[in-house]
Design a protein around this ligand. Structure first.
Ligand SMILES: C[S@@+](CC[C@H](N)C(=O)[O-])C[C@H]1O[C@@H](n2cnc3c(N)ncnc32)[C@H](O)[C@@H]1O
Length: 319
């Protein structure tokens, strides 16, 4: 298991904040998927946390779905949260005539007054949430957990703040994510792990159960983004802050030759059908309920995993 430096994660995302939204095509799509799954539930949360909220892509959707709830967007990176705060301010008087709105925007004081906050941005680490025990009804998190190298500690913290029967719904990346880039680096430099590795969804399900969550349901979907050149994959990863945060990462300058050799190896993976460079993302979806104690269902296997049909899956979310 790799070990991450949170300081590096924070720095990477602070740096990436201005370019994040333009490059975060996959993150936007996956945020929509979470929102679609929330549609299937009948919960009426009053207090919601979006953990690793970034620039607020998911926060914005969740607040539209639950406009009466109090929503907190939590993130380690101040710069990502600054972007989120801008997104999460909305017009106090959405039906004002454009001319009057334009006039209000000219003056600093009225410009501020004309907007209202829909969520509160909190600069904090998800390992130590500044919320009381049993105070939260719903936790959502889009593509943040892959940055947590100690799932037991974060899930225990999520369970602490969630009230019993509260829901956690999240996405993260699975092991096949960036398999082409990993393969290309392996052929260029087998001595070092240049690409972050990702945890299998069964292990995530196990960690949920160990930390007081009941009935975890995990599934995954594969997205393949395509590029004209291998360098495009790396540029996108940099733009969204997803560079290697491994504590053991090579701090020396990476040789130009090594990098070129990795690009050549990636080029060899070009798909002859569409003549494009593929980048695979295995997106893992999970949800679970904060349990008083672990409930053993009849269709659960001995590791605690549930195999269910899509109909059962929707029925479970409606409880
Ligand atoms: C890939 S971005 C996803 C952002 C957002 N959820 C979205 O859908 O666009 C991951 C975010 O998780 C945040 N993050 C990573 N580790 C964190 C931690 N330990 N505590 C709080 N935020 C963290 C990063 O700062 C970054 O903004």
């Amino acid at each position: 298991m790799q070990s991450f430096s949170r300081q590096h994660i924070q720095q990477h995302f602070n740096h990436a904040a201005p370019s994040y939204d333009d490059a975060a095509i996959l993150q936007k799509t996956v945020a929509e998927r979470i929102d679609e799954r929330l549609e299937l539930t009948t919960i009426e949360p009053k207090i919601i946390l979006d953990l690793g909220a970034g620039t607020g892509l998911l926060t914005e959707k969740v607040i539209q779905r639950y406009p009466d709830a109090q929503l907190f967007a939590v993130d380690l990176s101040e710069s990502m949260l600054k972007m989120a705060s801008e997104r999460l301010y909305t017009s106090r008087w959405p039906n004002l005539p454009t001319k009057l709105n334009g006039f209000l925007q000219q003056c600093t004081l009225t410009k501020k007054m004309a907007k209202r906050k829909t969520a509160t941005a909190i600069n904090a680490d998800v390992y130590q949430l500044p919320f009381a025990d049993n105070s939260v009804d719903l936790i959502v998190s889009n593509l943040m957990l892959q940055w947590c190298d100690d799932l037991d500690s974060v899930f225990a913290e999520f369970r602490r703040v969630l009230r019993t029967e509260g829901l956690i719904m999240f996405t993260t990346f699975g092991p096949d994510t960036l398999k082409e880039l990993r393969q290309a680096w392996q052929s260029a430099d087998a001595n070092y792990e240049h690409v972050n590795t990702f945890i299998d969804m069964h292990d995530i399900g196990d960690a949920l159960i160990r930390n007081g969550f009941g009935q975890p349901v995990m599934d995954m979907e594969i997205f393949t983004l395509t590029y004209d050149k291998p360098i495009g994959v790396l540029k996108d990863l940099k733009a969204i802050g997803a560079t290697n945060a491994n504590k053991q990462r090579n701090n020396g300058l990476m040789g130009k030759q090594l990098f070129a050799s990795m690009l050549n190896a990636y080029e060899a993976i070009r798909n002859p059908v569409d003549n494009k460079i593929p980048a695979t993302y295995e997106v893992v979806h999970g949800h679970a309920w904060a349990a008083q104690e672990i409930i053993k269902g009849p269709n659960r296997d001995k590791s605690g995993h549930i195999e269910i049909s899509l109909d059962e899956f929707s029925a479970q979310l409606k409880r």
